[in-house]
Design a protein around this ligand. Sequence first.
Ligand code: ARG
Length: 560
Amino acid sequence: MEYKKEFANVLTEFIEETIPYEKIMMMIEIPKHDSLGDFAFPCFELAKYYRKSPQVIAKELAGEIASTLFEKVEAVGSYVNVFLDKKTVASQTINEVMNKRELFGDATNGKDQTITIDFSSPNIAKPFSMGHLRSTVIGNALALVAEKNGYQVVRINHLGDWGTQFGKLIVAYQKWGSEKKVKESPIRELLTLYVKFHEEAEYDPRLNELGRRAFKNLEDGDDEATHLWIWFRDESLKEFRKIYDLLGISFDSYDGEAFYNDKMDKIVEILKDKKLLIESDGAQVVELEGFPPSLITKQDGTTLYTTRDLAAAIYRRENYQFTKSLYVVGNEQTLHFKQLFQVLEKMGFEWQKGMVHVPFGMILKDGKKMSTRKGKVILLEEVIQEAIRLALNNIEEKNPRLENKEEIAKQVGVGAIVFHDLKNYRLNDIEFSLEAMLRFEGETGPYVQYTHARASSLLRKGCFTLSEVDKVKFADQEAWPIIKILINFPQTITKALEEYDPSQIAKFLLDLSKAFNKYYASVKILDEAHKVERLSLVLSVKTVLKEGLRLLGIQAPEEM
Ligand code: ARG
């Protein structure tokens, strides 16, 4: 139940003719201190209507308000403060969670609507970067949260598999490449070739021209170029899939930039028809307001990243009829998306209003951006494997008799990495630190997983079954901080989607874990006299922790 709404309902009975319900909802505050109650309503506005001081109005209102949900209603200065009835609210909350189980917090705001989420989208023949990891975990969490809000979700991996760089790579391979080496370690070898190309091109600029020509050949469907390109793409995809498998992530579409190669003429046609294309030095551009012009085709007629994104947007709208379309891409591409959305607006596509760039900060190494050009990269798969290895060590040390050690180590290692990213507000830059990523104590994924395992273990020890309880009467005062957090789960889920911010769920899970562990330390949960009541609370906490972790893309082992 949403208690703020209940309070607003009660208030409406007295003041609706002066302040409407929606406004009341917005005015209700949550006091900083528990001693001031759970909600507070300021009476300053009402003073105007009733021509009395806000203090007098607060006193009168407090005297009139009554509900079984409130154990106390009090006027404090110009505010009406209400205290929720702890027993009633606790019992209602626990019964609600136990009835709904993992469906607790499900919302319907996305009903009958489709949302496309473009995320991960790495570039082939290059290592999967930390930036792509951010996009992958944030995008995956948003997809899961959108589903929980009732949306139909289409997960799209817009692979970077087209562009001048593939011309360069083809030239580099033809000059210095070895088939054997590429087969052995594709990404490493292709990266080495790419780096060599740039080094050599510094001294021999003609190479760049060769690269451009090779890409032109590729766009025109030349056999050898196409053959090499397909091979590079397949090898890269194999490597990427290893990472997605480890993370437990899948996509509905891998249609990347190349997929739009044959859909480009149509875009150019529409732009011409609408008289939006302007020639500039042999290239075709669309002029924009407030931003530099958007480049549509180059002098040699080849297309660009933006052109392919235009084609992709239109294709997605036609194919999926989305109402919302998200792009989870680093904030260094903010200008690109502003330009893209404005071109679509100029083309007259109303639906572009549903498109949103969801940017995130960079991962820095010693305060600086990591660059693949120079070959300085950290291979993500190795980072994940290292996390899993550390998790396994931890298990061997603390719980050597555990079954399925390997599987649980995988869940914990991956959980550590994913949570480390998602607990930060996405726009903040993060300093890359393997050590911090793999830490299992403090505000980490494994800490939340551990709390979940602790709750599961209590339920096993207490032999708790749901059928024991019909309706729990809950009277445990010490559990109130936990209840207050649980109540906020549904709101946290809608807000996390509205603000495209999974960190709100991560923070919620940390708060819930801390409150539960405090309770665990101070209350004898398995004490016979209170066992059923307390284990119902434990089950509620376990259910919500597990569901919250799931929404972040993290598993919750029963034991660890
Ligand atoms: N491949 C791009 C990169 O790594 C990201 C693509 C994002 N999606 C898009 N539709 N532009 O920078």
